[in-house]
Design a protein around this ligand. Structure first.
Ligand code: M6R
Length: 594
């Protein structure tokens, strides 16, 4: 988590870094800080505080034009959310300044071994980095001191280092946490994500693990893990910066919900040639040869994986197991003889998945990453990658990436099974019907007001509706802070029904005709015990009195339609409670720590 950005060039470093921090705020927003070179006193000044980038912006208003600065937006891992723990951090003499994204697992051992008796200003793991650099620079060049420091670190880091004694140089190092470098004729920018580089770079290059980079006004020097100098290879910047603008919407989440029909059309555009699905043959062969598929993912992406299970098992008759990434990484199950792994990740940076991928690589298992970020670590490090084409997702609560994941899984499963026929038309029709449903999005606000009056709620469903109910509950929890559970409708009576009281909201998702009546009976059971019952059904199974009726679509794609009202329910529940919808408490968009 956390976002870092640094700039050196002819532009105004404060502006570039601030712009980058605004773009990186999705990675953490507990505190924000910046160190910027002050031409008057010829030193790096420090500005940092608890709160958002907008607050930092107000603190740095009066800073003059400066050629060099670094900044940080924090998701706290070590130490409370307070000013002392906010980045950047100074070394003891204030010669060095560091920002860091990642976790240093052995920071206690390093303190004890090299910095015994040192006075610590913060509770962070990061401070050990800057103090070690200062300590080693007594005997070594600064480059060597950084190199020695990072060689001692266990864990993950992307870090930027400034030196008061050489204010025209920026040093960076990275391992496991993402770091990309961008260049234009005006200057050099380095940051945790392409979104922060786009506006100021004509070309960019993602850095490999264990790289160290020294940036001067004139040149960039890169060393690999063996400290051998490397050529940096740049690629043209193809990121459309304006896609991250909020436009007419009050929140990114609403914008992203509304963009979903467009995303479906983009997927059709990118994955179909006429009526045929176009996917790299090597991926298809890899999957066809496997005797079992394994989806590894976290959170919303894992919920998309459950739908993928249904899609693959129905279309290809290949068994598919879904595993929680953080569990699989350290407790892998007994695997089949020829497994194939599908890693699903919107960001492509989730640390739990990176741990899984190292395990897979160690055993030479084939892997496919399905991601929204083609430059991401998981996309680059897996055997194969497929893109979601959902466009940047800024709201922490994932919406359009989830539906894109399901659509891409459907496309992939259909192609593996040689069942392309008709899918293009089905997805196009789905897009039109999603659009039609979303024109009435505001009607959900009334339902939410009437129904979600308690601090807990249940979603229930059977089959894929059960899988969607897991996602619906997660969405409600993460932005409205209502304690919500997704439940297999038939399972409630085996214990959890004890929680139903007068007015407890229970929302049934009902789309599968062969179990529709069973789900209705389960809803009746909770209704008799006082629940505030709500039904969301497709036309195929709808009955009079159902609260939301959704248009029928190709059965393969129904979960994409079913999730829409649940996204809106979460949105309006959070809106009504006055929460920060796009940046819910305690969360960050990209979870780069284990
Ligand atoms: O980037 P990823 O898809 O790997 O992220 C996994 C989860 O952290 C993510 O899906 C999370 O659950 C969502 N923010 C929930 O809306």
């Amino acid at each position: 988590m956390c976002g870092i950005v640094g700039y050196l060039g002819k532009g105004n470093a404060k502006e570039v870094v601030l712009n980058g921090l605004y773009k990186l705020e999705y990675r953490g927003y507990d505190s924000a800080g910046m160190s910027v070179f002050n031409k008057k006193n010829q030193r790096f000044d420090m500005y940092k505080d608890v709160g958002r980038v907008a607050h930092l912006d107000s603190l740095v208003q009066s800073i003059d034009h400066s050629p060099i600065a670094i900044g940080h937006t924090r998701w706290a891992t070590h130490g409370k959310v307070n000013q002392a723990n906010a980045h950047p951090h100074f070394s003891a003499s204030e010669r060095f300044v560091v920002v860091h994204n990642g976790v240093i697992e052995n920071y206690r051992e390093l303190k004890a071994r090299y910095l015994n008796g040192h006075h610590w200003v913060s509770e962070t793991d990061t401070e050990v980095i800057v103090q070690l650099i200062e300590r080693f620079s007594d005997e070594l060049s600064v480059e060597e001191a950084v190199k020695k420091t990072v060689s001692l670190l266990h864990g993950s880091y992307a870090l930027l280092v400034l030196d008061q004694d050489n204010p025209e140089r920026l040093i960076a190092a990275k391992h496991k946490s993402p770091l990309l470098i961008g260049k234009s004729d005006k200057g050099i920018i380095i940051a945790s994500d392409l979104v922060a580089l786009a506006k100021y770079s004509q070309v960019y290059s993602p850095l490999e693990d264990e790289s160290i980079v020294v940036i001067n006004q004139a040149e960039i020097t890169l060393w690999n893990r063996d400290y051998v100098q490397q050529e940096l290879t740049f690629q043209p910047m193809d990121f459309e910066d304006d896609l991250t603008e909020l436009g007419e919407y009050p929140h990114y989440m609403l914008k992203e919900i509304m963009e979903q029909p467009l995303v479906m059309r983009k997927i059709v555009d990118r994955y179909f040639h006429d009526d045929h699905i176009v996917i790299d043959e090597a991926i298809l062969e890899g999957i066809r040869q496997a005797d079992r598929l394994y989806v590894l993912a976290a959170g919303t992406s894992m919920h998309a994986g459950y739908i993928g299970k249904r899609l693959f098992e129905n279309l290809t008759e290949k068994p598919l197991e879904v595993h929680i990434a953080s569990e699989f990484a350290y407790h892998p199950p007994v695997l089949s003889a020829q497994p194939f792994f599908i890693l699903i990740s919107q960001s492509g940076e989730t640390a739990d998945l990176r741990a899984c991928l190292s395990h897979l690589k160690k055993h030479h298992y084939p892997s496919l990453t399905i991601t929204n970020v083609k430059t991401s670590t998981l996309a680059r490090e897996a055997t194969y990658a497929l893109e979601l084409f959902a466009g940047p997702e800024i709201a922490v609560a994932s919406t359009k990436a989830y539906t894109a994941q399901i659509a891409v899984l459907a496309v992939l499963a259909a192609k593996v099974a040689h069942r392309d026929a008709g899918l293009r038309e089905s997805i196009s029709e789905l897009a039109a019907k999603m659009e039609q449903y979303l024109t009435q999005y505001e009607s959900v606000a009334e339902l939410v007001k009437r129904v979600l009056t308690k601090q807990n709620a249940f979603y229930i469903g059977r089959g894929t509706d059960y899988f969607v109910s897991l996602e619906a509950a997660l969405k409600l929890k993460e932005i409205s802070y209502i304690q919500a559970e997704g439940f297999a409708a038939g399972e409630l009576k085996h214990g959890t029904i004890a929680l139903i009281e007068e007015g407890t909201p229970v929302i049934a998702l009902n789309s599968e005709p062969h179990v529709a009546l069973n789900t209705r009976s389960n809803l009746e059971e909770v209704k008799s015990r006082g629940a505030m019952a709500v039904t969301i059904a497709t036309e195929a199974v709808a009955q009079e009195g159902d609260d939301i009726v959704l248009p029928n679509v190709d059965p393969l794609l129904v979960p994409i339609m079913m999730v829409l009202p649940t996204q809106l329910i979460a949105y309006y529940a959070a809106l009504e409670r006055g929460h920060d919808i796009d940046k819910p408490r305690n969360l960050a968009k990209s979870v780069t720590v284990e």
